[in-house]
Every structure is written in C-alpha cells, then in structure tokens.
Write a protein that binds this ligand. Sequence first.
Ligand SMILES: Cc1ncc(COP(=O)(O)O)c(C=O)c1O
Length: 380
Amino acid sequence: MTSNFSQDFGPFDHKIWLNTAHQGALPRVAVEQAHEAIAWKIAPYNLTTDRFSAVPPRLKQALGRLIDAPADDIILGNSASYGLHLLANGIRWQAGDEVLLMKGDFPSAILPWLGLQKRGVIVRFIEPRNSVMEVDDLLAHLTPATKLVCVTWVHSFSGFAVDAQALGAVCRAHNVLFVMNTSQALGARPFSVTTMPVDAISNVGFKWLCGPYGTGFCWMRPELRESLDYNQSYWLAMQTADDLAKEQSEVVLREGLGARAYDVFGTANFFNFKPWTASLEYLLEQGIERIQAHDQQLVSRFIAGLDLDQYDLLSPREGPERSTLIFISRKRKEQNAELYRSLIAQGIYPAFRNGRLRFAPHLYNTEANIDAALVALNQA
Ligand SMILES: Cc1ncc(COP(=O)(O)O)c(C=O)c1O
C-alpha cells in the first residue's frame, strides 16, 4: 500500500495530474498560507515588520533541513537559472578555462555558461554514449583546463538520473567544480550536501518541492561562495525596513553577509515564499524517504502495467538510473501526439516532450490514478 498523501492536496476535480516534472501541486497547508499572505496585502497594516522579516529565515530553515545544510548557507532565488547565473557570472574565470556540459541537457543548465565564451571561456559539450553523462564520458573529456562541470541530476528529456556521487568524485579528484541542477530530483529523493561531493546546486521550487511558480534556491560550498566576484548589493540585505525610520545615515556597503548577499531581490516575497515554506515543512514532516518510496511504487506500478506490445518504455525500467520521470512512446511514434491529446481530453495529464509522452507521478497521486492512466493507454 502506498501512503495516503492525496487527502492533503487538491481538489483535482476527478482529473489526474501526472506532470509534476512541469509543475507540482500545492498542498492544502500551503494554500492556507497563500490566503494568509493575500490577507496581509489586502489590508497592509497586517503586513507587520515582524511578519515581513520572518518569511525568508523560515524558508531557509526548511531548505537547510531538506539538503542537510545550515540555513545561513541557503540563497533564495526565483528559479534554477538564478543560482546558475550567480555562479556563471561570479566565478573568477580566466581565458582558456573550460566548462563541460551535457549535450541535450535542460536549457537552464546550459544557457548561463554560454555567454562566458565572450570572455574566452571554452564551453564544451559531452555527448553521452548512453542516455546521460557517465563517468567514462566525463573522464574522456576532462583536460587540465577544465574548471567546472554542470549537469542536471535527473534529465528532463529522458528520465535518467546521472550517478551524481560518481561524477562528483571524479570532479573532486581532478580539482574541478561540480555543479548540479537538482530541479527534477529534490523532493522525490533524499539528498545531503554533506555526503554528496558537489560544490553547488540550484533548484526550482515549483516541481517536486510543491511550491508556487517563481520560486527556487541555490546552495554553494561557503568557500566557493566567498570566492565569487559578483556585484550585488541589495539594500534590504544590508539593512532592514526599520532602519529607514532612523535619521538618515550614510549608505555604506556591508561586507560579510554570507549567502544573504546573493538572495534574489524582494527576498520577503511573501505571496510565493510563505506558501512554499508550508509546502516544504509539509514534505519534511511526511519524510522525503517515505515520499520517495511512495513515488517509486507508483513508477513501478506504471511500468509493470504498461502493454509493451503497444509501447516502448524509454526511461529506465529499474535501478539507480530510474527517476520519477517515465518516458514512453507508441510503437508507431507518429501516434504519440494524437494519444497525448486524447489523454488530456480524458482528464489525464502527462507531458509531451520531444515527441514522446512523459508521466511524472508524485505524492498526491494514487495507485488508482496510475491504474486509470494505464487503462487509457492500454486501450488506446
Ligand atoms: C531540469 C530543469 N531545470 C530547470 C527547469 C526550470 O528552469 P528555471 O527555473 O530556470 O526556469 C526545468 C523545467 O522547467 C527543468 O526540467
């Protein structure tokens, strides 16, 4: 039996959302917090300084627990792109430094680095021999000039997970920075920055972490963060709104702010961050390992029930490469678009990516959801 998380979500109006890899659903506790945030704004005297200032630290606490890092090392963002841009724009590059990326990776993990070519940085793509970058691919491309490797943990377009531990270990052994986009993984699998050999991660909040759109965060090893050369001086990171009440004093740059210096502007973004905090606290309370077990059971059920005379399973059947993203194709690929439209018409929502169907179940999905999707697929 899977856990009954579904009662904490919805209502879904008898529709079946199997597209968490695009957008996660907001749990009810977070909906309540969103309503409260709106109430603060309807009558702004409710938006007290205490409430306003409590939003970012509470969110950082939850994110710190999620990745096993001190809350003070969390950088709040609005996307996965935000943190990756901090790195791309802040690292002290020298002409000739190399960045290695995976060909076919999600654009967020590629685009931030491309602009560095104007500064003489060499951006090279590793074409994986299998579905995603493996240790041998990486070893074949590393050179003495390689400074950084960036890859997505769970690949959005194939559903394969890279062996992050092994890639990170290779990078560490060669003194290369290892950066991961963890957006399709965190919330569906446990993670700890203390055991994973990674130098930085960047993550969206609105998929497996069940937050509103326009949320994200980044974590970097403190030594890396402190080595950045990045001009960001947000007044609210330097002082508080209350400071404005004091007699005008000279505006000065404060040093030594740590991760706070890099938080996205509008850090107390309470419409988004207040409900996102509630989502994270909810996920942590349920336990990420329990959620992983639930999600993986749904993935297993889907794969076991799929009619392989009609479909090819394109994502992993089992093993550590398997994620919560399942890719399938009809034997006759040209029928996939029509099948996608028919599923949507029946209230079943996968994604259509690169001409294939992607199913991505999360904790609010049930065995009954999977069975209904299988009936629709196998009878198509
Ligand atoms: C792996 C991955 N990273 C990032 C994103 C989103 O990127 P951003 O938050 O930068 O818009 C997605 C999907 O939307 C994704 O699949």
